[in-house]
Design a binder for this molecule. Sequence first.
Ligand SMILES: Nc1ncnc2c1ncn2[C@@H]1O[C@H](COP(=O)(O)OP(=O)(O)O)[C@@H](O)[C@H]1O
Ligand SMILES: [Mg+2]
Length: 126
Amino acid sequence: MGKINKILVPVDGSVNGCKAVDEAIFFAEKCKAEIDFVYVSSNINKDIPSHIVFDRIWEKVPETIKAEKHVETGNIPKAILAVAESQKSDIIIMGSRGLGLFKGALIGSVSQKVVEESKIPVMVVK
Ligand SMILES: Nc1ncnc2c1ncn2[C@@H]1O[C@H](COP(=O)(O)OP(=O)(O)O)[C@@H](O)[C@H]1O
Ligand SMILES: [Mg+2]
């Protein structure tokens, strides 16, 4: 892996995902990288307005870090990977779990699919 210039952080508004945000901010400061946040609105979570997801995150990001937010629709892992491609992200940093209530599996279905299909490194934050 070369230099990390761009970090993609998929967010769903969960506490778990927030740990990934903290981790991404840490690496962005260390690497002088930019952060792209992406929230995918789908049938499952269509009742959550995207500003609620981003409000808490935006407060955390220091002014010294260049950050952008993206709102997409459709299949969640596919949309995340499409943004990674279009933004030329170097790494994806995401939560192991999210808003889902099912806690049986080690990681959620979105993180699992992204890890499986991504062409770039994925850091799954527990
Ligand atoms: N709608 C979404 N938009 C963007 N990222 C998401 C979305 N849903 C989940 N993620 C990302 O995937 C991580 C794991 O969530 P997920 O796989 O859905 O687990 P769970 O089943 O516990 O909800 C989250 O912490 C977040 O980083
Ligand atoms: Mg989920």
